[in-house]
Design a protein around this ligand. Sequence first.
Ligand code: ADP
Ligand code: ADP
Ligand code: ZN
Length: 217
Amino acid sequence: MNLVLLGAPGAGKGTQAKYIAEYYHIPHISTGDIFRRHLSEGTPLGQQARTYMAEGKLVPDDITDAMVDERLRLPDAIRGFILDGFPRNVNQGTALEVMLADRERHLDAVIYINVPRDVLIERLVGRRVCPQCGATYHVRFDPPKVDGICNVCRSSLVQRPDDRLETVATRLSVYSEETAPLTAFYQERGNLLEIDGTKSVQSVYEAIIQRLGARHD
Ligand code: ADP
Ligand code: ADP
Ligand code: ZN
């Protein structure tokens, strides 16, 4: 199963991707997570991405495309993948088509999680993440058992610097201008499955699995 998860920042892509990856036994490939790992490890790629990420802008396509191409070469991606946060503009969408064609593969579906702007802002500013294990929480919608502490590894939770209100506005504009046109791009290709992302995590997950299943019956 070769899948793409499309949706604005805060739509719930990371949350859903984790479950979908488990369900289909495919790797969850998040370009944001890969970039953040490079940042924390101080690699040259991390240095290149740093300013763009801090400002909420997109990292240039050549850097991002090469990183995804390399990730798709790893053996675990042979059985499939779920891409979360890539492609993020039409140019990257075209680059992905070329990468897949080179491997004689194609996308099975593009899941578009649709959430209105006011809900996105509420989700982003309340998001807390574990810097140690990557687990994601929300101060109101999915609080940890002990305030500020990761359930999984007991580390102190942090707010992503780009989840502060100032940067959130930029990220949402970047999404509308650069990423939103991908819904039409995939609609034309007959790949788009639109899901109402305002429901509970469990309901959204069930809707996705049901729609994907229906496509393959
Ligand atoms: P994305 O990867 O699209 O940026 P996340 O999966 O990190 O989004 O979710 C953003 C925030 O919203 C997180 O704090 C997460 O806990 C919360 N969240 C995710 N899905 C839901 C949902 N269906 N209902 C309420 N909160 C959610
Ligand atoms: P979100 O919660 O907004 O979905 P991500 O974790 O996917 O956040 O992305 C965080 C940041 O990483 C983005 O604001 C951008 O700077 C960079 N990034 C992630 N994926 C891409 C991509 N496909 N192209 C360019 N930049 C990206
Ligand atoms: Zn943790």
